[in-house]
Ligand binder design. Structure first.
Ligand code: M6R
Length: 613
């Protein structure tokens, strides 16, 4: 939520900042702005609207400054407007700030500053920060060697909430100061220049060497050095991490949209995950996990906690773990888990799934479980992300950067990874025979080819998308593991095509929602479990009888029985079916959104990384 970029070096900062903002636009896109240091002044350009709009304002100005900060906004306090766009300056224009996060006590700080003669131009929480830095610079900080850093530190000590902040000042024209708490920030190191961003892809074209800033850690960045300080301003050293993502993997590679590209990357993503896990020494799958049989047997239950699509991957994980390991698994929405006093102790294993690794609710839910004595395992796609630093253990999905707001390839990677994790648990516990493991492994290795088969023929999906793109409501039905797919298919549809939809466990429909089924309404069924075919078909018949238009996605040979459209996908092990059955649904949402000429990659009101509650 909100993306920030920074540059310090010898090149013109503005084009680099604009490019970084474009790459980060998935984090928020209702307004954007940059500030550069030029002729001993902070020059600010900002407006509501997309980064392309900002570029049309900035480019003709030919800004020459080689130090700058930038921001793309997802509005929290104050409507999208020029005044509310970042960067924000203090009243004397001595400090320029961009901020990702929320300052919860901004009202109190604002009142204090107003009493001390400061004025405010925006409705944002952020504007208190540069003014508070200025207040401390003038009034409280005296005996520190570096007055700039000390003033930032004094201001930040008063902030409650979450923040990743960049600060520049014409009084200190050779440095940028950054600090974070509960919002992400990375620093990219290059030769004679340094880059700052909320997320790796924004600066991947310039470097693969990154520092990951910790909570309450400050960095003073000049073009040749980066110095780190703790909360007491004691300097310390930090190691860089090499991120081997290919810069082109953060581009569109000829596809119209990131989402389509990411859908088509799924065979490779799954193949890569399988290769990495199945080539570990001693068939171990995860070299950093050391769960003993005694520990696993002592568990009362497992929680899987996540949000949105990641939570749906968790639901699939529940089915697989319970089937293979016979341990009860509860899946919870992170924002609920954290406030419902969950029964968690040292006999609970808590698994947290997060593509970004920065989702505020998921991180808070993890911290809660840790404080109650549970072991925590993170499943994340982003190396060094906050969740991976909080969890006792982390296993990574190797999906590469996911840019489209609607998650597709990260979901598949989460599902396959948690499936392999379930196999690992089952083998340690001895709840699966070696024969069954071999069968499952064989089926898993065949998944990438089967995914390609689905992706190679999208004619039926495109046709159906055209037929239903003007609808207002749809239903998704599935039983057991197919219900998870129904939920995820329904979320994809809502997110990018703005069509209201509901996902129901097929057998539950008759307990109420069937009242909504009327002539012409679209119902999409997912039927992959051979043992539940007949029951699922009966539920489809119930809606056909009431006039529904139907699409069924299946790997079974179904009698037509008046179903309007059947999309056949390859057969696989029932526990692996979600990895294949979700593909037609991802494509359906995509093509419906395209038919409606919507911005697929940046759906309204959403942001890729939800770093606020
Ligand atoms: O980064 P995370 O996996 O923690 O994100 C969780 C959800 O915000 C995310 O999956 C969201 O639901 C997506 N927009 C779904 O497409």
């Amino acid at each position: 939520m909100c993306g920030i970029v920074g540059y310090i070096g010898n090149k013109k900062a503005a084009p680099i900042l604009l490019e970084g903002l474009s790459a980060l636009e998935y984090r928020g896109y209702d307004s954007a702005g940059i500030a550069v240091l030029e002729n001993n002044k902070i020059i600010t350009k900002k407006d509501k609207g997309r980064v392309s709009n900002l570029a049309s304002i900035v480019t003709p100005c030919n800004l020459k400054g080689s130090i700058g900060i930038a921001h793309t906004r997802w509005a929290t306090h104050g409507i999208p407007s020029m005044e509310n766009s970042h960067p924000h300056l203090d009243n004397s224009s001595s400090f320029g700030v961009v901020h990702n996060g929320i300052i919860e006590n901004y009202n109190d700080i604002k009142l204090f500053l107003i009493e001390n003669g400061y004025n405010f131009l925006s409705q944002t929480d952020t504007e208190v920060i540069p003014n508070l830095i200025h207040y401390h610079f003038k009034n409280t900080v005296s005996n520190y060697q570096d007055k700039f850093l000390a003033s930032v530190k004094s201001a930040v000590s008063e902030l409650k909430g979450s923040y990743a902040i960049e600060v520049i000042s014409p009084l200190f024209p050779d440095k940028i100061i950054v600090v974070r708490k509960d919002s992400p920030l990375v620093i990219g190191i290059a030769n004679g220049e340094n880059y700052i961003a909320s997320d790796i892809p924004a600066i991947l074209p310039y470097t693969k060497n990154f520092y990951f800033l910790d909570d309450n850690e400050f960095a003073v960045i000049s073009k040749n050095t980066v110095k780190f300080y703790d909360n007491n301003l004691l300097e310390h050293k930090k190691e860089t991490k090499l991120i081997n993502w290919d810069a082109s993997s953060a581009g569109k590679n000829g596809y119209d949209d990131y989402m389509l590209k990411e859908i088509y990357e799924q065979p490779d993503v799954i193949a890569e995950t399988i290769k990495t896990r199945f080539s570990m020494p001693n068939n171990n799958y995860f070299d950093n996990l050391d769960f003993s049989k005694e520990y696993l047997e002592s568990l009362n239950n497992i929680y899987i906690v996540a949000c949105g699509t990641a939570m749906h991957a968790g639901l699939v994980g529940k089915n697989v773990i319970e089937n293979l390991c016979r341990i009860p698994v509860e899946v919870d929405i992170a924002s609920e888990f954290r406030y419902r006093n969950p029964i968690v102790n040292d006999k609970t294993l808590c698994i947290y799934i997060s593509q970004s690794g920065e989702t505020a609710d998921t991180i808070a839910a993890l911290k809660l479980a840790k404080s109650k004595g549970a072991k925590t395992l993170a499943i994340s796609n982003v190396f060094g992300s906050s969740i991976t630093r909080e969890a006792d253990y982390t296993i990574y999905t190797h999906a590469g950067p996911e840019i489209a707001v609607a998650s597709t390839k990260a979901y598949s990677a989460q599902v396959i990874l948690i499936t392999i994790f379930a196999m690992y648990l089952a083998e340690v516990l001895g709840t699966i025979s070696s024969e069954d493991i071999s069968k499952l492994k064989l089926e898993i290795t065949e998944l990438p080819k089967k995914l390609e088969t689905i992706l190679n023929d999208t004619t039926q999906i495109k046709k159906f998308a055209k037929i239903v793109c003007t609808e207002k409501d749809m239903f998704f039905l599935g039983r057991n593991i197919d219900y998870c797919t129904a939920l995820e298919g329904s979320l994809k549809l809502k997110e990018i095509s703005y069509i209201h939809s509901e996902a129901y466990a097929s057998g539950e429909l008759k307990h109420g929602p069937i009242a909504l089924i009327e002539n012409g309404i679209t119902v999409i069924g997912i039927i992959t479990n051979p043992e539940l075919v007949e029951k699922s078909l009966s539920n489809i018949q119930e809606v056909i009888t009431r006039g529904a238009k139907t699409l069924v996605i299946t790997n079974q040979s179904l009698p037509n029985n008046n179903i309007d459209n059947i999309i056949k996908i390859p057969e696989t092990h029932p526990l692996l079916a979600p990895i294949l059955s979700i593909i037609p649904l991802q494509l359906l949402s995509y093509y419906i959104a395209k038919s409606k000429e919507l911005d697929v990659d940046k759906p309204r009101n959403l942001a890729k990384s939800v770093t606020v509650e």
